[in-house]
Ligand binder design. Structure first.
Ligand SMILES: NC(=O)c1ccc[n+]([C@@H]2O[C@H](COP(=O)([O-])OP(=O)(O)OC[C@H]3O[C@@H](n4cnc5c(N)ncnc54)[C@H](O)[C@@H]3O)[C@@H](O)[C@H]2O)c1
Length: 326
């Protein structure tokens, strides 16, 4: 792949895995990241511009001067509870900055755009536990709403202009690069496998399970965990699709089956050999019982063929990375 791409948030957890695969595929990469939660050391390929998305002059100049052919937009704020206490921060960083970026793409004739959306747009789901792309969208926090607004903007702009996008709705992203090159460094991460790996590697004393009285096999919530390298590959597939002239798409990105919180914690204990303390806490408001993707469309449209659909492998890569991370 010889294309020139701009990757916002390429120093972050998911962006750095995508940059790694893009670099290996020979893409010409510019990473635009202010390092607010990302790390410079995670950028394995390309040129880095350490700037805020709010700096529209710089962004405009780079889109124009670097002759960018596609933008992959990962940069954003991602902590759901923080979005409830700091909604303006989320609407600014996730919605306003996305709007300005899309506007500059149109102005600079960048016609291909990939957006990191989220299963949070489904909110509590429709009660079936399964989400197809057509499932009613009902985000229940500012984070989910800020991402849905960007999906809506992309849809409207792509109808009005020569501009195509793929919005990937990620389910629960987990694990680290299978070669151990990059992993999750996000400070104060709220992701279950990351937290359990922190416990197993001695960085946390204990962790909590929020609610054990749900109507599931063991009473804990069920989620669809996708390995970050499989997710990263979906972005390369989406890019190839857009460069071949593919039309705009919104696609779920998950494995289509899930695990309970207790199953995940048991797997972390098994893989690490560490029996860390786990406390039972009350349910948290806003936790859906079960959120599983129906991810047939992404396979049909992009030809995406995941390779790491294996909870033990996901956990092993996360744990190995956590042990290396200082
Ligand atoms: N991690 C998940 O499970 C998950 C699930 C669904 C969707 N997503 C989405 O995927 C994307 C990436 O998430 P992540 O887990 O890699 O998060 P992350 O915090 O690790 O990465 C975000 C990156 O964006 C950069 N950034 C943030 N605001 C910026 C700004 N204003 N200007 C320049 N750079 C900025 C940060 O420094 C960081 O490197 C986000 O858009 C997120 O909403 C993540």
């Amino acid at each position: 792949m010889k294309h020139k791409v701009l990757v916002t948030g390429g120093a972050g957890y998911i962006g750095s895995h995508v940059v790694n695969l893009l670099g290996k595929a020979g893409a010409d990469i510019v990473v635009y990241d202010n390092l607010s939660t990302g790390r410079k050391a995670s950028i394995l390929y390309g040129k880095h511009i350490q700037e805020n998305l709010e700096n529209l002059e710089v962004l405009d100049r780079f889109l124009r001067d670097e002759k960018i052919e596609a933008v992959l937009h990962f940069a954003g704020s991602i902590v759901v509870p923080e979005s409830v206490s700091e909604p303006i921060k989320y609407y600014n960083n996730n919605t306003v900055n996305s709007l300005n970026l899309i506007d500059l793409c149109i102005k600079n004739k960048v016609k291909n755009f990939i957006f990191s959306s989220t299963a949070a747009v489904y909110g509590m789901g429709d009660g079936t536990g399964k989400c197809v792309e057509e499932t009613e969208l009902n985000p229940i926090n500012p984070y989910g709403r800020s991402k849905l607004m960007t999906e809506n903007m992309l849809e409207d702009v792509s109808k009005a202009r020569d501009f195509n996008y793929v919005a990937l709705r990620y389910f629960n992203v987990a694990g680290a690069n299978v070669d151990g090159l990059v992993g999750q460094c996000t400070p104060n991460a709220t992701h279950l496998i990351k937290i359990a790996s922190e416990c197993a590697s001695g960085k946390r004393d204990r962790m909590s399970i929020f609610g054990t009285d749900y109507d599931t096999s063991d009473g804990t919530c069920v989620r669809d965990y996708i390995h970050v390298d499989d997710l990263a590959q979906a972005h390369l597939d989406a890019l190839a699709y857009l460069f071949k002239g593919g039309k705009s798409q919104v696609l779920n990105c998950g494995y289509g089956h899930g695990y309970t919180v207790k199953e995940v914690i048991a797997t972390v204990k098994k893989v690490s050999g560490v029996d860390f303390p786990v406390e039972i806490a009350d349910r948290r408001p806003g936790d859906a019982i079960e959120l599983i993707s129906v991810a047939k469309k992404i396979r049909a449209v992009l030809g995406w063929a995941p390779k790491y659909d294996d909870l033990e492998l996901i956990v092993r890569t996360a744990f190995e990375w956590e042990k290396k991370l200082i």
